[in-house]
Design a binder for this molecule. Sequence first.
Ligand SMILES: [Zn+2]
Length: 255
Amino acid sequence: MTDSAYIPASGLTGKLKRLKARFLECDPLHFAPDQLVVSITFDDFPKSAFDVGKSGLEKRGWRGTWYASAGFAGTDTHHGPMFDADHLRQLEDSGHEIACHTLNHTDLGQASDEVACAQIAANYEALVDLGLKSGLPAFAYPYGEASPASKRVLATRFETLRGVRPGINRKGDDRNLLKAVGIDGGEAGLARAHAFIDEGMARPGWLIFYTHDIQPSPTEWGCTPDEFSGLLDHIQASGAKVLPVTQAYRWLTAS
Ligand SMILES: [Zn+2]
């Protein structure tokens, strides 16, 4: 979220557009893992997510994926202070994955192909200017908003495209709009996140989590440090294989 004032199009038109984005330009997944695979991801991303998330993952031997919008670097948003060049460097040096989220957190459900391509290229260049070393193989749609055209264009540039529709990714689901479960929404949202771990243990697949700020009084798109570590404890107890998004995708598609 770039700004709490921006709400993607709703109503019937928005719903129809979202359905078209969901059912057109799909690239079905073929994997059927016999164990739960989990990826933990951070969107935008706030400094508080770095402070809590990096160490929380690393003390369990895990690494995460950080979907960065370079336009946020060094700024303050409603999520609080955002990442900067030093955070990027520390994450890459520790084996985390930096991923793409457009330069300006653009709603690609509304944008033209040209704008989508320009946002992707400009984000990459800006992140390289901040010290990025990787090639950004993964992408997440800001607000989870896609269009058939943006899926078609981005699918040629990225290995995976992630949305925010909750669920576990299994055979037949869409590489061009991967499901992901928010670690957010207070008690009810966290209960749902925990329930997906149990579902994934009963019926394996690829479960991608995402969150934003991690602080004692989080926004509705974030969580508290205790909620975050409680979820990591549950993932650890589940015995799931935990990998950053691109490593998980490559492992799943190779096995
Ligand atoms: Zn975002």
